[in-house]
Design a protein around this ligand. Structure first.
Ligand SMILES: *Cc1c(COP(=O)(O)O)cnc(C)c1O
Length: 379
């Protein structure tokens, strides 16, 4: 036999971590329990009912009535790609507001679907004003404006008041990344006139990575229906997926049924807590963290009015080895926090309080360690 396997492989033993970084965050224990069930067939009547429940729950936490609302089989990036793949036709102008890492990913994806990609940029840690957005809409007259609501790379929450109205005025679709806001930060998709949005399972929803909630409204559906050619991505084609998630139940791909057990439980837990209570909890624990860090003399990267409750960027003080401190947290306290990306590389730590992890006890734990141990990392 050419490929023999003679090493002994020990049974899986995963170390316990407190994931206070940019994601994934820890899953709720009841979600883990839901995942541990035996799968059922993806056309089993039980599962068909569960699919409808997941769709209804997603509509609720997004505050939308969009018919086409479903979890894509894949992570947030798959759902991100689905929004673009379905509505962007070659030559369409797609305007991307870039103020962090994920704006760049949207621009890259749109270019792969042969869009005419135009971008407006702001420093990482700031937001776009309505005036800046309107000026760009007039200049580029895009078919789609893509924005990131919760920029996980910078800790900024983009205000959405009036943006949807502008997009209607200039006749373009509004595409919104809600990956780090769904379930944890107020989102009113229909009221904000958002035409397409996506998210993931592993940040605010307390579920492992693996599903990417996706939604599109009638305006976006109309653009999809008017396409000249097929959607250039078979796996993410909503017109095909809807034959499974809609009433026909036609096989498309084998649904990751256990992941859908997990997200159903995760969404149920949010509704059980109350959506507004979940938003409030995230806000309150973030304020505790912000105040605590500032009391320790640390500076936050984002000004208070634009701070994202689910992710805080903390400036690494002069003379501190930021990377060594993060490693210390992981090795000695089993806590993961994130470092800076792009413009913020080496300049900030990123502390996430998402979903199940947004708890006072976690805030106190991380603040205590910063208080007592950060001094040891002065060079
Ligand atoms: C995490 C993240 C994504 C990508 O999601 P994956 O699940 O990693 O594919 C997209 N946008 C934002 C804002 C994110 O934080």
């Amino acid at each position: 036999m050419p490929n023999t396997f003679d090493r002994k492989v020990s049974p899986l033993l995963v170390p316990e971590r407190l994931l206070l970084g940019p994601g994934p965050s820890n899953s709720h224990p009841l979600v883990l329990k839901a995942l541990a069930n035996q799968p059922v067939g993806h056309l089993d009547p039980f599962y068909i009912d569960l699919m409808a429940e997941v769709q209804d729950l997603l509509r609720h936490i997004w505050q939308t009535n969009n018919r086409l609302t479903l979890p894509m089989s894949g992570t947030g990036s798959a759902a991100m790609e689905a929004t673009i793949a379905n509505v962007v036709e070659p030559g369409d102008t797609v305007l991307v507001g870039i103020k962090g890492y994920f704006g760049n990913r949207l621009a890259d994806m749109a270019s792969r679907y042969r869009a005419n990609v135009q971008t407006i940029e702001k420093p990482w840690g700031t937001v776009f004003s309505l005036e800046e957005l309107e000026e760009a809409l007039i200049k580029f007259r895009p078919a789609v404006l893509a924005l990131v609501h919760a920029e996980t790379s910078t800790g900024v929450c983009q205000p959405m008041d009036g943006v949807g109205e502008l997009c209607r005025k200039y006749n373009c679709l509004l595409l919104l990344d809600t990956v780090t806001s769904l379930g944890s930060v107020p989102l009113y998709l229909d009221e904000w006139k958002v035409d397409l949005a996506y998210s993931c399972s592993q940040k605010g929803l307390s579920c492992p990575p693996g599903l990417g909630p996706f939604t599109m409204n009638i305006r976006a559906e109309e653009k999809l229906n008017k396409r000249e050619g097929k959607v250039p991505n078979w796996y993410l084609d909503v017109s095909l997926l809807n034959k499974y998630w809609g009433s026909d139940r036609v096989y498309h791909h084998t649904a990751p049924v256990n992941m859908n057990f997990g997200i159903r439980e995760a969404l149920r837990l949010i509704v059980d807590e109350g959506l507004e209570n979940s938003w409030k909890r995230h806000h309150e624990n973030a304020v505790l963290l912000w105040n605590g860090l500032q009391e320790l003399g640390l500076e936050l990267h984002v000004s208070q009015e634009y701070r994202l409750p689910t992710l805080t960027t903390v400036k690494i003080p002069e003379g501190i080895d930021g990377k060594a401190f993060s490693l210390h947290l992981l090795n000695n306290h089993a806590i993961e926090i994130g470092g800076g990306l792009g413009e913020l590389a080496g300049k900030v730590w990123r502390i996430g309080l998402m979903g199940y992890n947004s708890q006072k006890i976690n805030v106190e734990k991380i603040l205590n360690i910063f208080d007592s141990e950060l001094v040891k990392f002065k060079s």
